[in-house]
Write a protein that binds this ligand. Structure first.
Ligand code: GDP
Length: 326
């Protein structure tokens, strides 16, 4: 597991003014999410050749989950054509209802990953439904077309039927489609024409997912996920809605009503960098980051500069379905 203490300074300590995209991956278990993200990481150069895929962040949270502490912010970032793509994992299960909505509210696009033989599974219906409801226009990725029993065209029709049953708009039903084999390391715009790499998927994401919209005003961030870190204490992950934030800056926390919860300072800002989270000095609007230093911050609270007064709200807010114990 990546410990934050030991995380090397992977990036220089100033914030790169890089273009950004934030996407979620929605997939039924075993349809290839981990393999796909590993391939994207490999192609974007985030892995050293000999680095073990098993050390990836997305798979490192079992211990916390077992202890019932929290569900960690599972995200990875890859860089393609000078654009950083934050890829957020979504729990594939209705048990995490409130969390799914909060996670989806951080992103501007989604990849719905479907096994070319099995087709869409009922368990992902819930998450896909939430994504459609908040207006995301998912890209459909038909994976595992190398399987002998793959039936990509039928599976696309099944996804269409699923979206339609979930009241997708015409625009959402007109979803971009990509086919491939994450295992073999390629994605193509055609089911019959294997490509040599993952470029077509990267390009589709950049074409269809908008850059994050940035709100007006000073620093504000909606708390989306909480975790208890043995070294850094309480860490909150969210997307910076407006402004920018530096380490040591004074901040305050507002609850959903706008009442003051606490004031404090940002002791650490962590950004997703490949398979790691790395400390950075400054984060800007649009990015998904984790912040340490606050003691009472809760999910759905707003972290903001001292002069800000309006709390942010996810659309829609459900009460968290998980008990978070600290
Ligand atoms: P996850 O549960 O969605 O993260 O799925 P994994 O990435 O762990 O993959 C589940 C299984 O499917 C593993 O055995 C993978 O090797 C296999 N797999 C993933 N992608 C492909 C693919 O494109 N083709 C085939 N044939 N198998 C794949």
């Amino acid at each position: 597991m990546t410990t934050l203490e030991s995380a090397p300074a992977l990036v220089s300590n100033h914030t790169p003014m890089m273009k950004l995209r934030n996407i979620a991956i929605i997939a039924h278990v075993d349809h290839g999410k981990t393999t796909l993200v590993d391939r994207l990481l490999q192609q974007s150069g985030a892995f050293r050749d000999n680095q073990r895929v098993a050390e990836r962040v997305m798979d490192s949270n079992d211990l916390e989950r077992e202890r019932g502490i929290t569900i960690l912010a599972k995200a990875t970032s890859v860089v393609w054509k000078d654009i950083r793509v934050n890829i957020v994992d979504t729990p594939g299960h209705a048990d995490f209802g409130g969390e799914v909505e909060r996670i989806l509210s951080m992103v501007d696009g989604a990849i719905v990953l479907v096994d070319a033989a099995e087709g869409p599974m009922p368990q992902t219906k819930f998450v896909v439904g939430k994504a459609l409801k908040i207006g995301l226009k998912p890209i459909v990725c038909v994976n595992k077309v190398d399987k002998p029993d793959a039936r990509p065209s039928e599976v696309v029709n099944e996804v269409f039927d699923l979206f339609a049953a979930l009241d997708a708009t015409d625009e959402q039903l007109d979803f971009p489609i990509i086919y491939g084999s994450a295992k073999q390391g390629w994605m193509s715009n055609s089911p019959d024409k294997p490509a040599v790499d993952m470029a077509a998927l990267f390009d589709l994401v950049l074409k269809h997912v908008e850059a994050p919209k940035v709100g007006a005003g000073g620093f504000r961030m909606l708390g989306t996920l909480l975790e208890a870190n043995p070294y850094l204490g309480r860490i909150v992950t969210g997307r910076v809605f407006s402004g920018s934030i530096r380490t040591n800056a004074p901040v305050k926390v507002l609850d959903v009503e706008g009442d003051l919860v606490e004031t404090g300072r940002v002791s650490k800002i962590l950004a997703f960098r490949g398979i790691e989270r790395a400390p950075i000095d400054e984060a800007v609007a649009g990015d998904i980051i984790a912040i340490a230093g606050l003691e009472k911050f809760n999910v759905a609270d707003t972290l903001c500069s001292p002069e800000e007064v309006e709390p942010l709200h996810a659309q829609p807010i459900d009460p968290p379905t998980l008990s978070m114990t600290f």
